[in-house]
Design a protein. Structure first.
Length: 63
């Protein structure tokens, strides 16, 4: 790929072999762990700690 204005080479592009990429072989995914909603603790809610500190800093300084 070449920048049309400057003529500088931005990166090399290689052809895509679609036949080889379509052979249906994919990375095996591991099963998700079972989560028992009745016995597990509820997920945390509210503002994330980092976001909370960033919001406090912005409120104090305006930046």
């Amino acid at each position: 790929m070449i920048d049309g204005r400057t003529g500088v080479t931005l990166c090399r592009l290689f052809p895509l072999d679609k036949a080889q990429n379509s052979d249906s072989r994919r990375r095996a995914l591991e099963p998700l762990p079972h989560r028992d909603v009745a016995t597990d603790e509820p997920l945390a809610s509210g503002i994330a700690p980092l976001l909370s500190s960033l919001m406090a800093e912005y409120a104090a300084t305006g930046h």
